[in-house]
Ligand binder design. Structure first.
Ligand SMILES: Cc1cc2nc3c(=O)[nH]c(=O)nc-3n(C[C@H](O)[C@H](O)[C@H](O)COP(=O)(O)OP(=O)(O)OC[C@H]3O[C@@H](n4cnc5c(N)ncnc54)[C@H](O)[C@@H]3O)c2cc1C
Ligand code: FES
Length: 347
């Protein structure tokens, strides 16, 4: 059974079968709606059902409450149509959409940069160009049918790229990252889907930019920032990078070099658990709180945040409630794991 979805206010329409999530059917037809986790947790894909009925797709009440449903809200990565629908959504320009593709890739390089972070370079097929937007992520498809998402840290090219760089943090007990740190071999072949997500720079604005990363959340921030340098963007950019200890800021010298060579870039590293061994004289505490100290009024800035779900959610909540950041000026990818998806609420 197929129904018609009409997006409001654009008026775009597309077919969607009763067993397909509304987001997936829209992306498959070339439209572009915001999304990140595609598993009913991050709420990036939230839309309002203006008319018609949906099956909410079993989203946990922490992420879609009964009050949300009463207001017509649904998470479009999970919700399926029960009839024709009109859905209000912050649609992105379909011209910005790059259709994701499945492809094989090969491990070309593995560089441990701290006790628990590995930079892995994957070689992509040479026969056709692989496109993505700075900030987007890819999925590694595991043999057991599960997926793991990783942000792409290098800069895209209009001609397509032949390699992607990933920053992977070891998660104790984690299926894929334990493999990366204990068994992964050079030339090993994996299957991936890319590019994914809507975390990329909104270039229709002159607003100063705050970039905010925790841990390996630095990966897409590196891609975004290096792309602004390539394009000669002059918007003021303040990059905050938070870690527990100095070792977590595994590319601090790169970020320092951006700031040292460009007047419009400021880099502020922040440690939450500095030890004597860190010999740290810089900022301390939670990274999003450092941003709030420096930007008590965020009404005129755009924020790009990436990394631990707790950091992303605290930043979204505190910036929009205490610092007047408009909700539509906050862009994020929360690095959700299976633990987050299986009932350990992030908010
Ligand atoms: C959009 C996006 C981008 C991301 N980008 C990055 C990135 O650039 N770099 C990065 O390091 N990470 C990134 N992540 C996180 C990444 O996708 C993985 O979740 C992470 O690497 C852990 O994978 P894993 O297979 O090792 O662990 P998993 O097997 O997923 O396990 C993770 C943790 O959960 C526990 N666990 C497993 N199953 C369950 C369960 N059923 N219930 C409760 N606990 C459970 C495990 O013991 C472990 O501690 C991103 C995530 C998203 C959504
Ligand atoms: S909740 Fe739908 S994309 Fe994350």
């Amino acid at each position: 059974m197929s129904y018609t979805i009409t997006l409001h206010p654009s008026g775009h329409t597309y077919p969607c079968s009763a067993d397909t999530p509304i987001l997936k059917a829209g992306l498959d037809t070339g439209l572009f709606m915001p999304y990140s986790c595609r598993s009913g947790v991050c709420r990036t894909c939230r839309g309002r059902v203006v008319s018609g009925e949906v099956d909410y797709g079993g989203v946990h009440p922490n992420y879609l409450s009964d009050e949300d449903k009463a207001e017509g809200l649904a998470l479009l990565c999970c919700a399926k149509p029960l009839g024709d629908l009109v859905v209000e959504v912050n649609e992105l320009d379909p011209q910005d959409a790059i259709k994701s593709k499945f492809m094989p890739c090969r491990v070309l390089k593995m560089e441990p940069v701290s006790d628990d972070v590995m930079i892995v370079t994957l070689g992509l097929p040479m026969n056709e160009p692989t496109l993505f937007r700075a900030g987007q992520y890819l999925d590694i498809l595991r043999p057991d049918g599960t997926r793991r998402s990783y942000s792409i840290a290098n800069v895209p090219s209009n001609d397509g790229v032949r390699q992607v760089e990933l920053h992977i943090r070891r998660m104790p007990g984690g299926k894929f990252t334990e493999h990366v740190f204990t068994a992964m071999k050079l030339r090993e072949i994996h299957r991936i889907e890319m590019p994914l997500g809507s975390f990329f720079l909104r270039e229709d604005s002159d607003a100063p930019i705050v970039m905010l990363a925790s841990g390996t959340g630095f990966a897409p921030i590196k891609s975004l920032l290096e792309q602004t340098l390539q394009r000669g963007t002059r918007r003021p950019i303040t990059v905050y990078w938070g870690g527990r200890t100095r070792a977590d800021l595994y590319m601090a010298s790169l970020a320092e070099s951006w700031a040292a060579t460009h007047d419009h870039i400021t880099f502020i590293p922040v440690l939450s658990n500095a030890t004597d061994a860190c010999a740290w004289t810089g900022r301390t505490g939670f990274v999003h709180q450092a941003v709030m100290e420096d930007f008590p009024d965020m009404s005129g800035v755009q924020v790009y945040a990436c990394g631990a779900p707790i950091m992303v959610e605290s930043a979204r909540h505190d910036f929009t409630t205490a610092c007047r950041l408009p909700e539509d000026a906050f862009f994020a990818d929360a690095f959700l794991s299976e633990a987050d998806r299986n009932g350990l609420p992030q908010a």
